[in-house]
Design a protein around this ligand. Structure first.
Ligand code: AMP
Length: 534
């Protein structure tokens, strides 16, 4: 017997209508390129989002067409987050830190037909747009405004989408090989929003009374869901524009009464450093929590914020493939009253899964492992906002198990109460300031240098960026090359932040029995050296 309830579709126009109806006078504040603050209400933002939806329809784009953005965090990008999917199109956030060749590949693979680009990023777009199928380019602060002004937002009608239609997409280059597209549906986005709201990490959950500043870029994994979450609950939003340095962020926190912020550890380490130098300069008494994710939050940082500045760090774990938030810090039962040191131990782990998310870890033979805090295995996940496949990339199907779980590539132990502890990544990619660097791509490029016999690139710990690439290089007999030579050789083909900071010349690269680089050994050698020298 079926239940007798409405078949109400979980689509993003619901969020748009709710914000307009109930939170119309709440603000979205943006730091503009000239450093001034721009203010807009949700009512106006939603009106502009509807205008964007109508304008894209009038351009002749069809339901399901991909519309890209190449933008920093600001109110126009927020409009795109709502307006593109509410017009029945698919928002495709392009990562402005990637090399133009990668962007050309990604925009072409996604089939993007239009792009909204910041004026400051137009030179980047110009380098690759000719190699894509993009037909329409709109520049923020320029003809994008004409696009909106040319239509009547009130002709917008909810396109009555099926909740399983795509709302947004984001490419991840997390593993080796070509970037892969994750395609979020309206349903997954809505449930992610509800799930994050319901998770109420450390009892610091977000509500209408909050003022949220997402430092996490809007081109990275849905900005961890904040644009939708804030609109859903009616919280004030503060977008930092391109100003992500500690001083600008701290000033914005104080000026806009920010109560919640979120970003990668690099950002928070910088902020902690400045707060330690100048305690008392910024009154952060309204800040109830700062979410750290994307890489492991160091325990000393969690303790430093709490003990020296009274600020709570909440730790989150997730992936582009998981929308992205999958777990966050929870202090359940007696842990809520535990002493600081015990709490820091738990907050430095990757938390408990959100409601509706399930986790398990298995060994290489597929055995499900016990939750004993010791047994290490690959973390697997399932839930309504976890990807079921990559967009038009059938060769990656083995990332999903036969019984419907996604293999994360993260090697973890699970503690008896369910807390996740990430031990390592089964893949060898490097994560610098929250962005992936593929070691294999750098190695392949280095090994094309005439003086290089072999090269292995590994991550070494870095106080500022979390990880930085180090290249271990074996030179061909009788040949010479300096670190500068090798860096210059790589430079034309890679984003600047990809270039290894260190080159170490070695006589051989340690290898496994099947001839693969034994990177764990290299990491032990050089990470230990870094620790000694720093
Ligand atoms: P991305 O898809 O770029 O967001 O990267 C996802 C990967 O980042 C995960 O598979 C983890 O390896 C890593 N990651 C994310 N959050 C954390 C965290 N809190 N601690 C450690 N690693 C993390």
């Amino acid at each position: 017997m079926n239940g007798l309830m409405m078949d109400y579709q979980l689509t993003l126009p619901t969020i748009l209508r709710r914000a307009e109806t109930y939170f119309g006078d709440k603000e979205i504040v943006t730091r503009l390129p000239d450093r001034s603050f721009h203010r807009i209400t949700y009512a106006e933002s939603c009106r502009r989002a509807r205008a964007l939806a109508v304008a894209l329809q009038e351009l002749g784009l069809e339901r399901g067409d991909r519309v890209a953005t190449l933008c920093w965090n600001h109110y126009q990008h927020h409009e795109a987050y709502l307006g593109i999917p509410c017009g029945g199109f698919v928002l495709h956030t392009l990562n402005l830190r990637l090399h133009p060749n990668d962007l050309a590949y990604i925009a072409t693979h996604a089939g993007d037909r239009a792009v909204i680009v910041d004026r400051s990023l137009k030179p980047l777009l110009d380098q690759f747009v000719g190699n894509t199928k993009i037909e329409h380019v709109f520049v923020v602060e320029d003809d994008y405004e004409d696009l909106l002004a040319g239509v009547d937002p009130d002709v917008w009608r909810d396109p009555q989408l099926d909740e399983n239609e795509a709302a947004a997409m984001c490419y991840t280059s997390g593993t080796t090989g070509l970037p892969k597209g994750v395609l979020y549906s309206h349903r997954s986005t809505m449930l992610h929003t509800v799930g994050v709201a319901a998770s109420n990490p450390m009892s610091l959950g977000i509500s209408e009374a909050d003022s949220i500043l997402p430092v996490v870029p809007m081109f990275h994994a849905n900005a961890w869901g904040y644009p939708y979450l804030a609109t859903f609950v009616g919280a004030k939003l503060v977008y930092p524009g391109p100003y992500l340095d500690p001083q600008s962020l701290l000033d914005a926190f104080v000026q806009e009464g920010v109560t919640w912020s979120a970003g990668v550890p690099t950002i928070w380490l910088g902020i902690l450093g400045l707060l330690d130098e100048d305690p008392g300069t910024w009154d952060l008494s309204r800040m109830k929590g700062m979410l750290v994710g994307g890489s492991a939050a160091p325990r000393a940082m969690i303790a430093g914020f709490k003990q020296r500045h009274g600020i709570n760090i909440v730790h989150g774990w997730g992936m582009t493939e998981t929308s992205p938030v999958a777990s966050n810090s929870q202090l359940v039962g007696d842990l809520a009253d535990a002493d600081d040191e015990t709490q820091f131990d738990y907050i430095s782990m990757q938390g408990l899964p959100l409601p509706l998310v399930e986790l398990r870890h298995r060994d290489e033979d597929g055995n499900v492992l016990p939750w004993d805090g010791e047994s290490m295995g690959e973390l697997e996940i399932r839930g309504p906002w976890v990807a079921a496949g990559y967009y038009e990339t059938p060769e990656q199907a083995d990332r999903w198990t036969d019984d419907g779980w996604f293999r994360t590539g993260d090697v973890v132990s699970l503690h008896p109460r369910g807390y996740i502890q990430i031990k390592d990544r089964s893949k060898d990619v490097i994560k610098s300031g929250g962005e992936w660097i593929s070691s294999v791509e750098l190695e392949n490029a280095l090994m094309a240098h005439p003086a290089v016999a072999e090269a292995a690139v590994i991550a070494v710990p870095d106080a500022k960026w979390d990880e930085r690439p180090l290249a271990a290089v074996v030179l061909r007999e009788g040949r010479t090359a300096t670190p500068e030579d090798l860096r210059d050789f790589l430079a034309p083909n890679f984003a600047k932040f990809w270039l290894p900071d260190r080159f170490e010349f070695v006589s051989e690269i340690p290898k496994t029995s099947v001839g693969k680089f034994r990177k764990t050994e290299l990491r032990e050698m050089f990470a230990a050296q870094a620790a000694v020298s720093s």
